[in-house]
Design a protein around this ligand. Structure first.
Ligand SMILES: Cc1cc2nc3c(=O)[nH]c(=O)nc-3n(C[C@H](O)[C@H](O)[C@H](O)COP(=O)(O)O)c2cc1C
Length: 216
Protein backbone atom coordinates (compact mmCIF):
# COMPACT_ATOMS: atom_id res chain seq x y z
CA UNK A 1 0.00 0.00 0.00
CA UNK A 2 1.39 3.40 -0.94
CA UNK A 3 2.25 5.72 1.92
CA UNK A 4 0.13 8.33 0.09
CA UNK A 5 -3.03 6.21 0.16
CA UNK A 6 -6.17 7.46 1.92
CA UNK A 7 -7.40 5.72 5.06
CA UNK A 8 -9.39 2.51 4.41
CA UNK A 9 -12.78 4.15 5.12
CA UNK A 10 -11.92 7.08 2.85
CA UNK A 11 -10.91 4.74 0.03
CA UNK A 12 -14.12 2.79 0.49
CA UNK A 13 -16.14 6.01 0.24
CA UNK A 14 -14.49 6.95 -3.05
CA UNK A 15 -15.16 3.52 -4.55
CA UNK A 16 -18.69 3.55 -3.18
CA UNK A 17 -19.49 6.87 -4.85
CA UNK A 18 -18.15 5.49 -8.14
CA UNK A 19 -20.09 2.22 -7.86
CA UNK A 20 -23.36 3.75 -6.68
CA UNK A 21 -23.44 6.77 -9.00
CA UNK A 22 -26.43 6.37 -11.29
CA UNK A 23 -27.83 8.34 -14.16
CA UNK A 24 -31.12 9.48 -12.63
CA UNK A 25 -34.33 10.35 -14.45
CA UNK A 26 -36.76 10.19 -11.51
CA UNK A 27 -36.61 13.15 -9.12
CA UNK A 28 -38.69 14.15 -6.12
CA UNK A 29 -38.65 17.93 -6.55
CA UNK A 30 -37.43 19.79 -3.47
CA UNK A 31 -34.31 21.89 -3.57
CA UNK A 32 -30.54 21.80 -3.26
CA UNK A 33 -29.14 23.89 -0.40
CA UNK A 34 -26.89 26.72 -1.64
CA UNK A 35 -23.85 25.44 0.28
CA UNK A 36 -24.28 21.96 -1.22
CA UNK A 37 -24.62 23.43 -4.70
CA UNK A 38 -21.45 25.44 -4.13
CA UNK A 39 -19.56 22.27 -3.13
CA UNK A 40 -20.79 20.44 -6.22
CA UNK A 41 -19.79 23.24 -8.57
CA UNK A 42 -16.39 23.49 -6.90
CA UNK A 43 -15.95 19.74 -7.40
CA UNK A 44 -16.75 20.17 -11.09
CA UNK A 45 -14.34 23.09 -11.34
CA UNK A 46 -11.52 21.02 -9.80
CA UNK A 47 -11.57 18.65 -12.79
CA UNK A 48 -8.51 18.11 -14.93
CA UNK A 49 -8.49 19.86 -18.31
CA UNK A 50 -6.28 19.74 -21.36
CA UNK A 51 -3.58 22.42 -21.10
CA UNK A 52 -5.50 23.68 -18.04
CA UNK A 53 -7.90 25.36 -20.45
CA UNK A 54 -10.92 24.86 -18.18
CA UNK A 55 -13.33 24.83 -21.14
CA UNK A 56 -16.43 24.26 -19.00
CA UNK A 57 -19.23 26.78 -18.56
CA UNK A 58 -22.35 26.05 -16.50
CA UNK A 59 -25.65 27.85 -16.95
CA UNK A 60 -28.22 27.59 -14.17
CA UNK A 61 -31.77 27.55 -15.50
CA UNK A 62 -33.98 29.42 -13.05
CA UNK A 63 -36.73 30.73 -15.32
CA UNK A 64 -39.72 28.35 -15.44
CA UNK A 65 -40.54 29.23 -19.06
CA UNK A 66 -36.97 28.49 -20.06
CA UNK A 67 -37.13 25.11 -18.35
CA UNK A 68 -40.32 24.41 -20.26
CA UNK A 69 -38.69 25.46 -23.55
CA UNK A 70 -35.72 23.19 -22.88
CA UNK A 71 -38.06 20.31 -22.12
CA UNK A 72 -39.86 20.96 -25.42
CA UNK A 73 -36.56 20.80 -27.32
CA UNK A 74 -35.67 17.51 -25.64
CA UNK A 75 -39.10 16.06 -26.30
CA UNK A 76 -38.82 16.94 -30.00
CA UNK A 77 -35.42 15.25 -30.19
CA UNK A 78 -36.74 12.22 -28.28
CA UNK A 79 -39.34 11.73 -31.00
CA UNK A 80 -36.75 12.18 -33.76
CA UNK A 81 -34.47 9.66 -32.03
CA UNK A 82 -37.32 7.15 -31.82
CA UNK A 83 -37.96 7.57 -35.55
CA UNK A 84 -34.27 6.99 -36.27
CA UNK A 85 -34.30 3.81 -34.16
CA UNK A 86 -36.69 2.03 -36.51
CA UNK A 87 -37.94 -1.24 -35.01
CA UNK A 88 -36.84 -0.29 -31.47
CA UNK A 89 -38.81 2.95 -31.67
CA UNK A 90 -41.68 1.86 -29.42
CA UNK A 91 -39.39 0.38 -26.79
CA UNK A 92 -37.36 3.61 -26.79
CA UNK A 93 -40.48 5.75 -26.36
CA UNK A 94 -41.38 3.72 -23.25
CA UNK A 95 -38.06 4.61 -21.59
CA UNK A 96 -37.78 7.60 -19.30
CA UNK A 97 -34.82 9.53 -20.66
CA UNK A 98 -34.94 12.78 -18.71
CA UNK A 99 -36.25 14.37 -15.53
CA UNK A 100 -36.21 18.00 -16.64
CA UNK A 101 -39.58 19.00 -15.21
CA UNK A 102 -39.19 17.23 -11.86
CA UNK A 103 -35.60 17.94 -10.85
CA UNK A 104 -34.79 20.60 -8.26
CA UNK A 105 -31.98 22.13 -10.29
CA UNK A 106 -31.54 22.35 -14.04
CA UNK A 107 -28.13 23.21 -15.47
CA UNK A 108 -26.67 23.30 -18.95
CA UNK A 109 -23.00 22.41 -19.29
CA UNK A 110 -21.31 23.94 -22.30
CA UNK A 111 -17.97 24.31 -24.01
CA UNK A 112 -16.67 27.88 -24.07
CA UNK A 113 -16.19 29.93 -27.21
CA UNK A 114 -12.68 30.71 -28.51
CA UNK A 115 -11.43 27.16 -28.05
CA UNK A 116 -9.32 27.31 -31.22
CA UNK A 117 -6.80 29.47 -29.32
CA UNK A 118 -5.98 26.46 -27.14
CA UNK A 119 -3.54 24.19 -28.99
CA UNK A 120 -1.71 22.46 -26.10
CA UNK A 121 -2.90 18.83 -26.18
CA UNK A 122 -5.47 19.61 -28.86
CA UNK A 123 -3.48 20.01 -32.08
CA UNK A 124 -4.20 16.43 -33.14
CA UNK A 125 -7.04 15.79 -30.69
CA UNK A 126 -9.30 18.86 -30.63
CA UNK A 127 -11.98 16.83 -28.87
CA UNK A 128 -9.90 16.97 -25.67
CA UNK A 129 -11.96 20.03 -24.75
CA UNK A 130 -15.01 17.80 -24.64
CA UNK A 131 -13.06 15.21 -22.66
CA UNK A 132 -12.19 17.93 -20.13
CA UNK A 133 -15.78 19.08 -19.77
CA UNK A 134 -16.79 15.45 -19.32
CA UNK A 135 -14.31 15.14 -16.45
CA UNK A 136 -15.97 18.13 -14.78
CA UNK A 137 -19.41 16.60 -15.18
CA UNK A 138 -18.18 13.31 -13.77
CA UNK A 139 -16.77 15.12 -10.72
CA UNK A 140 -20.14 16.77 -10.24
CA UNK A 141 -21.92 13.45 -10.68
CA UNK A 142 -19.80 11.65 -8.07
CA UNK A 143 -19.96 14.52 -5.59
CA UNK A 144 -23.74 14.67 -6.01
CA UNK A 145 -24.00 10.94 -5.25
CA UNK A 146 -21.91 11.41 -2.12
CA UNK A 147 -24.28 14.25 -1.09
CA UNK A 148 -27.27 11.95 -1.67
CA UNK A 149 -28.43 13.85 -4.75
CA UNK A 150 -29.24 12.40 -8.15
CA UNK A 151 -27.92 13.70 -11.43
CA UNK A 152 -29.09 12.87 -14.93
CA UNK A 153 -27.15 13.68 -18.09
CA UNK A 154 -29.43 14.51 -21.01
CA UNK A 155 -27.97 14.74 -24.49
CA UNK A 156 -31.18 14.54 -26.49
CA UNK A 157 -31.24 18.02 -27.99
CA UNK A 158 -30.20 20.01 -31.03
CA UNK A 159 -27.07 21.95 -29.91
CA UNK A 160 -27.65 24.95 -32.22
CA UNK A 161 -31.23 25.38 -31.01
CA UNK A 162 -30.24 25.18 -27.32
CA UNK A 163 -27.31 27.57 -27.88
CA UNK A 164 -29.73 29.99 -29.47
CA UNK A 165 -32.23 29.70 -26.62
CA UNK A 166 -29.51 30.43 -24.04
CA UNK A 167 -27.95 33.24 -26.09
CA UNK A 168 -24.56 31.58 -26.26
CA UNK A 169 -21.81 33.31 -28.26
CA UNK A 170 -20.68 31.86 -31.58
CA UNK A 171 -18.29 28.99 -30.98
CA UNK A 172 -19.73 28.01 -27.60
CA UNK A 173 -21.49 24.67 -27.59
CA UNK A 174 -23.98 23.13 -25.16
CA UNK A 175 -22.99 19.55 -24.33
CA UNK A 176 -25.24 18.39 -21.52
CA UNK A 177 -28.51 19.24 -19.86
CA UNK A 178 -28.00 18.27 -16.24
CA UNK A 179 -30.94 17.37 -14.01
CA UNK A 180 -29.91 17.55 -10.36
CA UNK A 181 -31.70 17.10 -7.10
CA UNK A 182 -33.25 14.89 -4.43
CA UNK A 183 -34.50 11.46 -5.49
CA UNK A 184 -36.73 8.92 -3.72
CA UNK A 185 -34.19 6.20 -4.31
CA UNK A 186 -31.18 5.48 -6.47
CA UNK A 187 -31.58 2.76 -9.10
CA UNK A 188 -29.63 -0.34 -8.00
CA UNK A 189 -28.18 -0.69 -11.53
CA UNK A 190 -28.20 1.36 -14.74
CA UNK A 191 -31.84 2.06 -15.57
CA UNK A 192 -31.31 0.99 -19.18
CA UNK A 193 -30.19 -2.43 -17.89
CA UNK A 194 -33.12 -2.67 -15.45
CA UNK A 195 -35.50 -1.83 -18.30
CA UNK A 196 -33.93 -4.48 -20.54
CA UNK A 197 -32.82 -1.94 -23.16
CA UNK A 198 -29.25 -3.21 -23.08
CA UNK A 199 -26.86 -4.94 -20.70
CA UNK A 200 -23.40 -3.77 -19.64
CA UNK A 201 -20.49 -5.99 -20.63
CA UNK A 202 -17.79 -7.09 -18.18
CA UNK A 203 -14.41 -5.38 -17.91
CA UNK A 204 -12.55 -8.44 -19.24
CA UNK A 205 -14.13 -7.84 -22.67
CA UNK A 206 -12.38 -4.50 -22.88
CA UNK A 207 -8.86 -5.32 -21.72
CA UNK A 208 -6.17 -6.10 -24.29
CA UNK A 209 -2.44 -6.68 -24.10
CA UNK A 210 0.01 -5.29 -26.66
CA UNK A 211 -2.51 -5.16 -29.51
CA UNK A 212 -6.21 -4.59 -30.04
CA UNK A 213 -8.17 -7.79 -29.44
CA UNK A 214 -5.19 -9.59 -27.91
CA UNK A 215 -5.87 -11.01 -24.44
CA UNK A 216 -2.70 -12.63 -23.22
C1 LIG B 1 -22.34 11.45 -22.52
C2 LIG B 1 -23.58 10.88 -21.93
C3 LIG B 1 -24.82 11.24 -22.45
C4 LIG B 1 -26.00 10.68 -21.92
N1 LIG B 1 -27.23 11.07 -22.40
C5 LIG B 1 -28.36 10.56 -21.84
C6 LIG B 1 -29.65 10.99 -22.26
O1 LIG B 1 -29.83 11.84 -23.13
N2 LIG B 1 -30.74 10.45 -21.68
C7 LIG B 1 -30.62 9.49 -20.70
O2 LIG B 1 -31.64 9.01 -20.21
N3 LIG B 1 -29.41 9.07 -20.26
C8 LIG B 1 -28.29 9.60 -20.81
N4 LIG B 1 -27.06 9.19 -20.35
C9 LIG B 1 -26.98 8.22 -19.24
C10 LIG B 1 -26.62 6.83 -19.71
O3 LIG B 1 -27.73 6.22 -20.30
C11 LIG B 1 -26.13 6.03 -18.49
O4 LIG B 1 -24.96 6.64 -18.01
C12 LIG B 1 -25.88 4.56 -18.78
O5 LIG B 1 -27.07 3.92 -19.13
C13 LIG B 1 -25.27 3.85 -17.58
O6 LIG B 1 -26.08 4.02 -16.44
P1 LIG B 1 -25.49 4.64 -15.11
O7 LIG B 1 -24.98 6.02 -15.43
O8 LIG B 1 -26.61 4.67 -14.12
O9 LIG B 1 -24.34 3.76 -14.67
C14 LIG B 1 -25.90 9.75 -20.85
C15 LIG B 1 -24.65 9.41 -20.34
C16 LIG B 1 -23.50 9.98 -20.86
C17 LIG B 1 -22.17 9.61 -20.25
Amino acid sequence: MSEHAFEAAERAAVYRAIAERRDMRHFSGGEVAPEVLARLLQAAHQAPSVGLMQPWRFIRIRCAELRQAIHAQVEAERVRTAEALGERSDAFMRLKVEGIRECAELWVAALMDGREAHVFGRRTLPQMDLASLSCAIQNLWLAARAEGLGLGWVSLFEPAALADLLRMPAGAEPVAILCLGPVETFYPAPMLALEGWTQPRPLEDFLFTDAWGECR
